[in-house]
Design a binder for this molecule. Structure first.
Ligand SMILES: [Zn+2]
Length: 295
């Protein structure tokens, strides 16, 4: 959006708004003046620092009446076209397919995406971006430098929660020491699509609860026991699947979900159900362990 005003400042030389801005800011606006217009002037330099030369993206129209924007087929400046270029330049592109899991709320899918590309605000990532911090130590164990793999796989807290997960589901990749290794192992396990989807939901619920716990520990000094994090992971996965599966009867009994080691998820026609938790044996009393935002 800042670049849009840079573009308009460059191309609408006779516009009234431009003259007003110039008068109000004792123009010409300089990069050192401070304020929003100074920031707009600096956008050319800021984007230059990541390899984007704005001047090469604009060229004079053939009839000499103005300027064209190279990045859009309409030849007019669009914020989205520049946004895509910035993303292409600044975000890692390793060819990995992005998972978008239908039984997860959007915010959980976004967290999973950020975990997989190492874009959580862990202390090593913040330090790389120049954010000053009193410490770079993991707030959960206070013994190791914090990075994504440590938080999700190697921290003593995540290891204990992982051990609980192993006691619950026999496929939990407890030996993995990296997030990518964890996710690859989880994807490599066989089974039909429904079973694979359930595994991914449970894996994401684990990431979600570990990250929530990490933030609560860092900012609220609220320390939970690992068994509580594990129970919250079970409950959250249960709620996500229960609320979003098409048939609505995939999971009906939290206590069975928590106690069963081998859920047998099956699809019969349009009906998706767990053979261990059949809909004709409903136990519908569910006591939430945590509140769930179903947005
Ligand atoms: Zn730790």
């Amino acid at each position: 959006m800042l670049a849009k005003w840079w573009w308009r400042d460059r191309t609408e030389l006779e516009a009234k708004w431009r003259k007003v801005v110039q008068n109000c800011n004792a123009m010409p606006v300089t990069r050192r003046g401070g304020g929003v217009w100074s920031t707009i002037c600096n956008i050319e330099k800021d984007l230059g620092n990541i390899g984007i030369n704005l001047l090469t993206l604009m060229c004079p129209k053939a009839d000499g009446t103005g300027w064209e924007w190279h990045l859009d087929s309409t030849r007019k400046y669009t914020v989205s076209s520049l946004r895509k270029l910035i993303d292409a330049v600044s975000l890692p592109s390793d060819g990995r397919k992005t998972d978008w899991i239908r039984w997860l709320p959007n915010k959980a899918n976004i967290l999973l995406w950020r975990v997989r590309i190492n874009r959580l605000a862990t202390r090593d990532n913040l330090a790389r971006r120049g954010v000053a911090m009193p410490s770079n130590v993991c707030p959960m164990c206070l013994s190791s430098t914090e990075n994504l793999d440590h938080v999700m796989a190697n921290c003593s807290t995540s290891k204990v929660v992982g051990a609980y997960m192993t006691s619950w589901v026999d496929w939990w990749p407890v030996r993995e020491t990296t997030v990518e290794g964890f996710w690859s192992s989880l994807n490599a396990i066989g089974g039909d699509n429904i079973t694979k989807e359930v595994r991914k939901v449970i894996g994401t619920a684990f990431f979600w609860n570990i990250w929530i716990h990490r933030n609560n520990t860092a900012f609220n000094s609220c320390v939970k026991k690992e068994i509580e994090i594990f129970r919250n992971t079970q409950f959250l996965a249960f709620e996500w699947i229960r609320c979003r599966s098409k048939s609505g009867n995939l999971l009906t009994c939290l206590s069975k979900w928590q106690s069963s080691q081998h859920h047998q998820i099956a699809e019969k026609g349009n009906q998706v159900t767990c053979l261990i938790c059949p809909s004709d044996s409903l136990v519908t009393t569910i006591t939430p362990l945590i509140s769930v935002d179903r947005s």
